[in-house]
Design a protein around this ligand. Structure first.
Ligand SMILES: [Zn+2]
Ligand SMILES: [Zn+2]
Length: 358
């Protein structure tokens, strides 16, 4: 067992806070399963892992490793040596703060920040949740609006990813200029999801959290979307019962923009061309509300209560999991050992992992 040197904690404190692996899920008891998503209709992608509801944490950790290996292979094939190297270094050594039954924090040695990196994607997704959740709650309280999850789709055409994304974003802009939209929606967030159909054509969706002022007939909205796109009326709308879950659903498309393990070299090449494309944004009065709420727009500064509680944890502190309170200790491990560590926690009757010595 190693102890993280204090100076290391200090010099990385900002980055570490943002890159910790702590989510409320991470400090759930190991045996607890996430409840099935209320938005299963959105989970239309190929792999089971991406539905994310049945997999254990060890399986998910293993899949992240495989996804990364696949990406590294593609990057090497394209001669993107620097990218391959960054991906390989990212999260390759981990400092895990654990009580043996729960993981309070995972501190990686390095984060590559590549948009398709599954480790950095999780981190980005948490940052977005931490940033927007308090603002969404504040906005709903202030304006007495109710959130809905709206999925907008477009027809498939022979076009590249960039063209497909631009086409649907332009349609959204046209929709937002229409009187109907302004009358019923006070603002919200959008995010892009890319998939491909069986013919290899891009199937780009928009996931929107819309703050609805009042009820409307969904057929009217379909007509409005048809007017905005010119050829598509296909959409799906569901009320969001719990805004935290709703936001989590939506940002997962930012963290996993596509099924990477089905990616070929051409897909990666095309994706690298999208470097500066925005995948997530705010609109309407919610956008202005966010500016006032956090004028610095300093991504990641807003942290949830849980994360701000956990960012200060060090070895010897009590495990923050409810009804635990066991002392936390640091374990150093390589990326390949993390799935095994999760597995030990999952397979032990007490959910207690052995204290691996390094
Ligand atoms: Zn614990
Ligand atoms: Zn990364």
């Amino acid at each position: 067992m190693n102890i993280i040197a204090n100076d290391k904690l200090k010099c990385h404190s900002k980055q570490l806070t943002l890159s910790t692996d702590l989510t409320s899920r991470d400090i759930q008891p190991v045996k607890s399963q996430r409840s099935p998503s209320p938005h299963t209709y959105l989970d239309n992608r190929g792999t089971k892992s991406q539905r994310g509801t049945k997999c254990t944490r060890s399986q998910r950790a293993r899949e992240r490793l495989q996804t990364k290996e696949h990406l590294v292979g593609l990057a090497v094939g394209l001669g993107e040596v620097e990218l391959a190297d960054k991906l390989e270094r990212c999260h390759s050594r981990l400092a895990v703060l654990t009580c043996g039954r729960h993981i309070a924090r995972i501190i990686p040695n390095f984060t590559c920040e590549f948009r398709l990196c599954p480790d950095c994607g999780r981190r980005r997704s948490r940052k977005l949740q931490n940033k927007y959740l308090p603002m969404m709650r504040g906005f709903m309280l202030h304006h007495k609006v109710t959130p809905v999850h709206l999925v907008l789709t477009q027809t498939h055409r022979k076009e590249n990813r960039k063209q497909s994304a631009k086409r649907i974003k332009d349609s959204l802009t046209r929709l937002q200029r229409r009187g109907f939209w302004k009358e019923y929606f006070k603002g919200g967030t959008w995010s892009l999801e890319f998939t491909k159909d069986k013919n290899g054509l891009h199937h780009t969706h928009l996931h929107i959290i819309g703050f609805r002022r009042k009820f409307f007939d969904i057929e009217l909205l379909r007509g409005e979307w048809l007017a905005a796109t010119g050829d598509s009326h296909v959409l799906n709308l569901k009320p969001i019962q719990d805004i935290a879950t709703g936001l989590q659903e939506v940002v997962k498309y930012v963290s996993k923009p596509l099924d990477i393990r089905r990616f070929g070299a051409d897909d990666l090449k095309e994706f690298l061309g999208l470097k500066n494309m925005r995948m997530f944004g705010t609109f309407g009065e919610f956008r202005d509300f966010c500016k006032d709420f956090e004028p610095s727009d300093n991504d990641g500064d807003e942290v949830s209560e849980l994360e701000s509680l956990s960012r200060d944890l060090v070895e010897g502190c009590a495990c923050p999991h409810p009804q635990c309170g066991e002392p936390l200790f640091d374990l150093r491990m390589s990326k390949n050992e993390l799935p095994q560590f999760y597995e030990q926690m999952e397979s032990s009757p007490l959910g207690k992992a052995r204290q691996v010595q390094h």
